[in-house]
Ligand binder design. Structure first.
Ligand SMILES: [Cu+2]
Length: 489
């Protein structure tokens, strides 16, 4: 049976099923091996942060739900990685998974060889092998890391990466990292099986008995085709998590009444846009994707896959739910903020804030210090986004990754990417190795592009290499919605 979405999208794409052969689990390596990355030696006086990560199968307790999954160590999110802007990071990945993997350092303007794209910037890290990533992290902010292989991100393989600003005064009483996720791995299926179902033409991962049912009109308020994001996801998840915990047995964040807290929010979900709100509070947004913005106070905010927002709140006295409502899907993620005694609100208690003003990231304006200086672009490039559910193929510039032509950039140019979304879904588009600016100068590395909308972003081609731009819906990316952008020194 054709889904509503496939009907809406029918005729927009002209790519046949053969195209899916390009979407192997590990993007096919270049004809010759890439070999080890050249060693990076720290500059005189440069601090080096050294850490080891083990990617491995493990069993996690999500809060009354036990799942077999893959993670960095024995927790999801994995271990917080923290450094100061300008530091060199030297991170060794020990691959104890039964598959190839890599790590992509999402949002960091790093040297190309450390970007973690198999077949493009490195050879895949084989099972049992290790690989050392060495790079300098130039910009402070909230980031995260995850594999760039297949749909591994939709397992437990993600963790926050915080880069501190050495010049920022410590003006918060506390700081919390809040990682959002949509969870299905180990609940009777795996992300690989979900992807197989999606590409099998049988209709979007709806065959797992423990899933909540497809979102096409079945979820009450969770109607498909809803504004502003249209059909926002392809997969119905049995669980939505904050910091790896279900709403029934949530993460509890503790502080004192009246304290000012910075919350660093990361959407590590594979297929879910969230609206986030804190019961009984308004939140002031101070940064997006690591870049400072003119502060805006709001009831709630949307956060797309791969996006990060920093907010500050001054806490009241009591117990408050921090809720992330999956857009267009039933269920919620929840943590609790506790500043005093009292009983936690019910898991499904409604939040007035979610019915208030919900901020879009694209409404934000940059601070003067984070604005990209205005300049006419020297180079215009286009990303034409298309796709369909049946067959499940998502394309950039008419073809899926592997068949589309890499964009050829020129070093030293101000480059404009015109991203045209010709579908009825929202796509969080992410650019590696750079931050782009929206027309008002707002810096980001990931931006939500609603259905049938075009967004122009500008960036300076000042970091040569073979880079990627792709949708951060990991199922779209794996089904082809990626493209390479290449330029030489
Ligand atoms: Cu997409």
């Amino acid at each position: 049976m054709a889904s509503r979405r496939s009907l809406l999208l029918g005729g927009l794409a002209t790519v046949g099923t053969m195209a899916l052969s390009a979407c192997s689990k590990s993007p096919s390596p270049a004809s010759s091996p890439i070999g080890p990355a050249p060693t990076l030696n720290p500059a005189p006086g440069q601090n080096v942060v050294t850490k080891s990560l083990v990617a491995k199968p493990t069993t996690l307790d999500l809060g009354g739900v036990m799942v077999d999954t893959w993670a960095y160590g024995d927790a999801a999110p994995g271990p917080l990685l923290r450094a100061t802007a300008g530091d060199m990071l030297r991170i060794t990945l020990d691959n104890q998974l039964p598959e190839d993997t890599t790590i992509h350092w999402h949002g960091i303007r790093l040297r190309n060889v450390a970007d973690g794209v198999p077949g493009q910037t490195q050879d895949p890290v084989r099972p049992g092998a290790a690989y050392t990533y060495e790079f300098t992290a130039p910009d402070p902010g909230t980031y995260f890391f995850h594999p760039h292989v297949g749909v591994q991100l939709d397992r437990g393989l993600y963790a926050p990466l915080i880069i501190d600003d050495p010049s920022e005064p410590g003006r918060y009483d506390a700081e919390w990292v809040v990682v959002l996720d949509d969870w299905i791995d180990g609940t009777g299926t795996t992300p690989d099986e979900v992807f197989t179902d999606l590409t099998g033409g049988q209709g979007a991962g709806m065959h797992h008995g423990n899933m909540g049912g497809m979102d096409h009109g079945s979820g009450g308020m969770a109607m498909s085709g809803k504004l502003p994001f249209g059909d926002a996801g392809d997969v119905v998840y049995p669980h939505y998590l904050i910091n790896g915990r279900t709403p029934a047995d949530p993460d509890v964040l503790r502080a004192k009444p009246g304290q000012r807290v910075r919350i660093r929010m990361i959407n590590a979900g594979a297929d879910t846009i969230f609206a986030v709100a804190l019961g009984g509070h308004r939140m002031t947004v101070t940064a997006t994707d690591g870049w400072a913005v003119e502060p805006v106070t709001t009831d709630a905010l949307y956060i797309g896959m791969g996006e990060r927002y920093d907010v500050e709140v001054t806490l009241g006295d009591g117990v408050f739910p921090l809720v992330a409502a999956p857009f267009g899907k039933a269920g919620r993620a929840r943590a609790l903020i506790r500043t005093g005694p009292g009983q936690a609100p019910a898991v499904d208690a409604s939040l007035a804030e979610l019915d208030g003003r919900v901020l879009f990231g694209t409404e934000l304006r940059p601070t003067e210090s984070s604005r990209l200086d205005p300049k006419d672009p020297d180079d215009h490039q286009m990303l034409h986004l298309a796709g369909q559910m049946q067959p499940y193929v998502w394309t950039i510039n008419g073809k899926p990754f592997g068949k589309n032509s890499p964009l050829s950039l020129t070093r030293g140019t101000r480059t404009r990417l015109q991203m045209m979304n010709m579908t009825m879904m929202t796509h969080p588009m992410h650019l590696h190795g750079h931050t782009f600016a929206l027309p008002n100068g707002l810096r980001e590395d990931t931006v939500l592009i609603p259905p049938m909308r075009t967004i122009d972003v500008d960036f300076d081609a000042d970091n040569p290499g073979d880079w990627m731009a792709h949708c951060h819906n990991i199922y779209h990316a794996e089904a082809g919605m990626m493209i390479a952008l290449n330029y030489a020194t």
